[in-house]
Structures are given as structure tokens and as C-alpha cells.
Write a protein that binds this ligand. Structure first.
Ligand SMILES: *Cc1c(COP(=O)(O)O)cnc(C)c1O
Length: 439
């Protein structure tokens, strides 16, 4: 198995990330523990940005913060000159708490509340990605009331299917997101925007899916959008300045995944947009993209302590860890696959095939099926790779398991960026119904 980023085996046979021994991290911070290879996040971000810069294209690379939204991560995104996507008041609040430049924040979501829109406008976010007529109505109303102009993109569904797991498809016609590009909805939305002096519409947005391994979907989406933009230029004299093609760039969770480099996505997208713009004699728009998973996914590793074991003779060896669907719900939700090793015995040869179970009261709480491992015992440390995206951000307190801590690793330094929840945190929001029972 190939390691990601700075991960390697040290001379003790331990997994080391960012120059730090993961065994020491588990002792210092406890388990389960999310650790991030900060240098790898920087490298991923720079690969996207560099390709646009080299091509001389005006672009924004917006980190889709829903993949992993914490103050420290947002600060790292700011340091790397990324823009930021938020999809809720909570993510926006996190960005503000991190001091992220608000003009580089883009506000998404298919059911933004009035309060969220007001919060976004009052904090001068760079743009709002309008999803539907209900939102557009509210937005016009709020802007009129405040006598202010807001920049928007219209989110459209171009009718493209990205080849990926069905549950995470969003670009096809039957989707809860966006204005349909074919059936007249997008035209109507555009006219409503152009008729309103408080709405400054910059262009279109689409996001065709997630964990995509080819450029075809992006190319087709760009083509469909340009057809529409060309029509609007003729019929409505609308000149688009921004084309946002969303995120969804795939990463390698296991050897079954074969992602293409960031540079290749970006180069092929640029080439197509140039081609379309020239074909229709239109101005070259700014190109915005929104990687989430591909910036943080393979930079994250979860460390677990191994505990109990159940042998179902001739069928399966279950090995349980001290976390599970509470810190990584993706296997249960999407049948997502992961690779893992014993972090304290990296060089040991696999001796058995085991299935890694979580500790939640749910048969579906399995992290990995059929994983070759050395014979493991309690107190061995399991490292599950590629948990950096949609791990912590989807973590929950099922069975009242406190959410793990998060540690950033870089240049042989470990920095705690999210503290571990405590049992007191578990009851922090609870209010008594009766006086405490005394025995
Ligand atoms: C989720 C999402 C992204 C990021 O998707 P990844 O698969 O994490 O890259 C980008 N844009 C929008 C609108 C999204 O909803």
C-alpha cells in the first residue's frame, strides 16, 4: 500500500505523519483521534491554484468547508489564499470566528433560512449561490429592505450524471438542488435577477456530483451552460463574468480508486471553457471551482485503539475499535471503503483477514470489511487512512460517544485544533425534568 503525503514508517516500525510518531499521539491525546497532514492539505490546495495561475486564468478555488469545517481548517484555507464555501449559518459562523475574509465566502444551500441570508448579507459575503425561487424571493426582499446590492450566482442542474455512487449525485435532472437548465426554470430565475436592481448576477454555478474520476462530466456541464449563456447574451444581453463548475474531484480511498491529478482536471476545464467562449465569441469568464474532499480527504487519518474480538468460525473475525459510525458514518451511509494498518506494527506481515467493527449499538456499524492485518491484540493501534473529509464533519454523538479530538501535524509539531468532547459536554445542553434522584 502506498502512503499519502508525509506518512511513512519510522525506525521503530511505527506510522509517522508530519514527522510525528502516531503512537505518541495516541498516548498524548487518547483515541479515537483524527490527525491531519497539514503539508498535504497545502500541497493539494496549491496544485489547483498553481494550474490556474500558470494558465493565466482568473480563478477562485473555494474550499467546500462542509468536508471539514473547524476554525483551524478555515484559517489554513485563508493562509493558502483559498475562497470558502459555506452551506449554513453554522459554517458561516465558523468562518467568521476564524477571521476568514468575508468577500471570499460563497454561501450555498438548498433551503437557506431568512436568518441565514440576513447573516450572510450583514457580514458582506462575496456571493450567494441562489438555489431556488423561494430563496430568490426572500433575497430580493431582504436586499430591498436593507437597500443593498448582493452578488449572486444561480445554481443550475445541467442534466449531467457524474459516474459515482447514486446517493451523492446532484447534477442530474431529478435533484433537489438548483434551477433546471432545460425546462425554463433557469431562464425565469435569470430574468427575475436581471429585473431587480438589488441583485447583481455574476453567472452560473453547477456541482455535478462527488468522488468523480473523469473530466467528461465537467466538460459536458460547461458545454450545456455555454449554450444557455449564449442564448441569454442574445435574448437578455446578459454577460456572464463567472462560471463556477463546483467540486467533486475524486481521491484514492483504496487501491480500487484511480484519481487523476488536480492539474489535469483544471487544464481540461480551462481548455473547454476557452473553446466554448471563443466558439460563441463571448468573454472568457472567471473560472471558480469548489474542491472539498480532494483538499482534505487523504490528509486525514483516524487512530483507534483495538479492543474486543469475535470469532464466527469459518465465517468472519470481527475486531472492534473504540469508535465507529459516530466518528465515520460514511461506510454505513455510502458503503464507503477504507484502508487501514496497525500503526504500531507497520512492517508486520498480514496473517489474517478481519472485519473492523465500531462500538455503536447497530449491526451496520462496520468500518472496514475483510481487511488483511497481522494478528492484532487489544491495545494495538489501528490507523484508518483518508478520513479527512466528511469524517469529523459528519461525526455525531450516537450512544453518547464524545466526538474525538483533532490534531494538526506539520514539521514534526502536533497542534490540538479541536479538543475531545467530554462526558460533561454530553449533558451540557440537557435540562432537568425532575430533581436529581438521591439514593
Ligand atoms: C459538497 C459540495 C462541494 C464539494 O464536494 P467534494 O466532493 O467534497 O469536492 C462543492 N460544491 C458544492 C455546491 C457542494 O455541495
Amino acid at each position: 500500500m502506498e502512503f499519502h503525503g508525509t506518512a511513512k514508517v519510522n525506525r521503530l516500525g511505527h506510522l509517522e505523519i508530519g514527522g510525528v510518531d502516531t503512537i505518541e499521539l495516541a498516548e498524548k491525546y487518547g483515541t479515537p483521534l483524527y490527525v491531519y497532514d497539514v503539508a498535504l492539505i497545502r500541497e493539494r490546495a496549491r496544485a489547483f491554484k498553481r494550474t490556474f495561475d500558470n494558465a493565466g486564468i482568473t480563478a477562485q478555488v473555494a474550499y467546500a468547508s462542509k468536508a471539514f469545517s473547524t476554525v483551524a481548517m478555515v484559517q489554513l484555507a485563508a493562509e493558502e489564499n483559498l475562497s470558502l464555501d459555506v452551506v449554513s449559518g453554522g459554517e458561516l459562523y465558523t468562518a467568521l470566528a476564524a477571521g476568514f475574509p468575508t468577500e471570499r465566502i460563497h454561501f450555498h444551500g438548498n433551503n437557506k433560512s431568512r436568518e441565514e441570508l440576513v447573516m450572510a448579507i450583514e457580514n458582506n459575503v462575496g456571493c450567494i449561490v441562489v438555489d431556488n425561487f423561494y430563496e430568490l424571493d426572500m433575497l430580493k426582499d431582504i436586499c430591498k429592505e436593507k437597500n443593498t446590492v448582493i452578488k449572486v450566482l444561480l445554481r443550475v442542474t445541467p442534466g449531467i450524471e457524474a459516474h459515482t455512487h447514486d446517493y451523492i449525485l446532484t447534477g442530474q435532472e431529478d435533484s433537489k438542488f438548483g434551477f433546471d437548465l432545460q425546462n425554463g426554470q433557469a431562464d425565469e430565475a435569470m430574468k427575475l435577477c436581471l429585473d431587480d436592481k438589488n441583485i447583481d448576477v455574476l453567472g452560473l454555478h453547477c456541482h455535478i456530483g462527488s468522488q468523480i474520476f473523469e473530466t467528461t462530466g465537467f466538460i459536458l456541464a460547461a458545454q450545456k451552460i455555454f449554450e444557455k449563456l449564449h442564448q441569454w447574451k442574445k435574448d437578455l444581453s446578459f454577460d456572464s463574468t463567472v462560471l463556477n463548475l463546483g467540486g467533486g474531484f475524486g481521491i484514492r480511498y483504496t487501491d480500487e480508486d484511480d484519481p487523476i491529478p488536480a492539474a489535469q482536471y483544471v487544464e481540461e476545464i480551462i481548455a473547454e471553457v476557452k473553446k466554448q467562449a471563443s466558439h460563441y465569441s463571448m468573454n472568457m469568464p472567471e473560472i471558480w471551482i469548489e474542491p472539498g474532499r480532494s483538499l482534505v480527504g487523504d490528509a486525514g487519518t483516524t487512530l483507534y485503539r483495538i479492543g474486543s474480538r469475535k470469532d464466527v468460525p469459518n465465517i468472519r473475525q470481527y475486531v472492534a475499535v473504540d469508535g465507529g459510525m459516530s466518528d465515520n458514518i460514511r461506510p454505513a451511509l455510502y458503503q464507503a471503503k477504507y484502508e487501514a494498518i496497525l500503526a504500531n506494527r507497520v512492517m508486520d506481515k498480514p496473517e489474517e483477514t478481519v472485519s473492523i467493527a465500531g462500538k455503536c449499538c447497530e449491526s451496520g456499524d462496520m468500518l472496514i470489511w475483510d481487511l488483511p492485518l497481522p494478528r492484532s491484540g487489544d491495545q494495538d493501534l489501528l490507523a484508518v487512512f483518508c478520513t479527512g473529509a466528511y469524517g469529523y464533519s459528519m461525526a455525531n454523538n450516537y450512544n453518547r460517544l464524545p466526538r474525538p479530538a483533532v490534531v494538526f501535524l506539520e514539521n514534526s509539531k502536533d497542534t490540538l485544533v479541536v479538543r475531545r468532547e467530554t462526558f460533561e459536554d454530553m449533558v451540557k445542553l440537557d435540562l432537568p425534568f425532575k430533581e436529581k434522584v438521591k439514593n
